[in-house]
Design a protein around this ligand. Structure first.
Ligand code: SF4
Length: 460
């Protein structure tokens, strides 16, 4: 019993988080920055922070994640990090030659109050930035929000620094990707390609963090949204934001800056959310939904209909990033499953509003919470009070799953102890089928292991 000290008695806590269901802002900013082609993320803080952010991403994506750091020392912490950042900008462009350096701050540089905007302007004024190269930044104090906040801040910085409005509108649609896997971003692009719609997806980590092994090391893989594409987002017809926590701020800024109207919908995980995404695309680009998409949908519906008996009434505990768990909750409800416990470490009122709208009628007994005190400890306590049939979340759920003998399927960030998440999507109708298969196999594997011998069946 690894978590043997978790009791089922819940005591209200005001200043203690145990096993948080989140990580720190710069991890998200770094991931988003990797979705720009030719970008080197830069962590303005100590080496330890940068090492942690890089290793968190490397362990999840199983790819070497490159990033630079201002390498704060004791002296920098007292006198400020301007000299280090200026030196870093010069060295990085000289030695590593990226198209863009995307700077994010850390707890330390935020606490001492470094004005990164001013430092980067000085770097430009003092000619540290070669012609045709760019410096962008966002603030990511990690004592506020979570990695999701950092991701949203870097995505917003892409709009702030690059989006521009020319005289001619372009027949294209922007898609602001919420935090999802490279495989999910690839699947989103597959759907738009099948529908014949020109889109700009940003950020886009496909072909960056799932790049093939070719025998040649590419410091900057071929994937990622390009600077000209980011600039032209201001000329697009429309913007679709996927997941309000990650994309809404950027969509609002793009509308204010370039008058591009937008809507924000859930990440397209599951049947209903993918339906909404496809219909939103169809409306924004004024195209019909092609048969190929309708057939993909039909295959998912068929699979759900065939397997419904195994899902009906199953109690599920979910944890992870808000945009992901909101979409997953909607999907579970459409399968007639019961998402009874849901936590997300990311703060924000939108979470409670979305959960209440989804759950108040269908699963009124559901417990959900987000923010700092919504931790894995609380989730475990709820499960101890009344168990569930399935847990959905990242690798940190394995301790609860093992102690309580509940199947866990790994969805979200980080997944440190399994592979596949970067390559097999959970978005779109195809992703929906992947999710159904994962859930079903986890439930049936347990049943096969534990049922009485006379109940063992060869067929479903
Ligand atoms: S929480 Fe703050 S100090 Fe810790 S790794 Fe993140 S940025 Fe660095």
């Amino acid at each position: 019993m690894l978590l043997r000290h978790t009791s089922d008695t819940i005591i209200e806590r005001e200043a203690l988080t145990v096993n948080p269901a989140k990580t720190c802002q710069p991890v998200g900013a770094m991931y988003a920055a990797l979705g720009i082609h030719g970008c080197l993320p830069h962590s303005h803080g100590s080496q330890g922070c940068c090492s942690y952010h890089r290793s968190a991403l490397t362990r999840h994506y199983k790819e070497p994640v490159m990033a630079a750091t201002s390498s704060f020392t004791e002296g920098t912490s007292v006198f400020g990090g301007q000299a280090n950042l200026l030196q870093a900008v010069e060295t990085i462009f000289t030695v590593y030659n990226p198209d863009i350096i995307a700077v994010h701050t850390t707890c330390l540089s935020e606490t001492i109050g470094d004005d990164v905007n001013q430092i980067l302007q000085k770097a430009r004024d003092d000619n540290y930035v070669p012609e045709g190269k760019f410096l962008i930044h966002c603030n990511t104090p990690s004592y506020v929000g979570s990695h999701v906040t950092g991701y949203a801040n870097m995505v917003t910085a892409m709009v702030k620094y690059f989006s521009g409005k020319s005289v001619t509108k372009k027949n294209q649609v922007n898609i602001i990707a919420g935090w999802c896997e490279p495989s999910d971003m690839r699947e989103i692009k597959n759907i738009t390609t099948i529908m014949g719609i020109k889109t700009i997806l940003f950020p886009d980590t496909s072909d960056v963090l799932d790049a093939p092994l070719t025998g040649h090391h590419e410091f900057y893989p071929k994937g990622g949204v390009t600077v000209p594409e980011l600039v032209s987002t201001g000329d697009s017809r429309y913007t679709i934001g996927l997941g309000s926590f990650c994309s809404e701020d950027a969509a609002i800024l793009l509308e204010n800056k370039c008058k591009v109207p937008f809507s924000v919908i859930n990440l397209p995980i599951g049947l209903e959310a993918t339906d909404k995404f496809v219909m939103e695309l169809s409306r924004a680009a004024k195209v019909h939904v092609p048969d190929e998409i309708t057939e993909q949908r039909g295959r998912l519906v068929d699979m759900i209909a065939d397997m419904h008996q195994y899902f009906y009434g199953k109690r599920v505990a979910l944890f992870g990033d808000p945009d992901t768990v909101i979409a997953l909750t909607e999907f579970l409800l459409s399968l007639d499953m019961k998402p009874v416990y849901i936590v997300s470490g990311t703060p924000g009122n939108k979470f409670g509003t979305a959960m209440s709208a989804l759950l108040s009628e269908k699963v009124p007994e559901a417990k959900y919470k987000n923010g700092e005190r919504a931790d894995m400890f609380l989730l475990h306590q709820w499960i101890k009070q009344e168990p569930v049939d399935l847990i959905i979340g990242n690798s940190y759920g394995k301790y609860i799953a093992r102690d309580e003998n509940i199947p866990l399927i790994r969805v979200g960030f980080p997944i440190l102890d399994r592979v596949g998440h970067s390559h097999f999507p959970i978005t779109g109708y195809i992703g929906g089928m992947n999710l159904v298969v994962k859930m079903l196999n986890a439930i049936l594997d347990k049943e096969d292991r534990e049922c009485r011998e006379e109940k063992v069946e060869l067929t479903m």
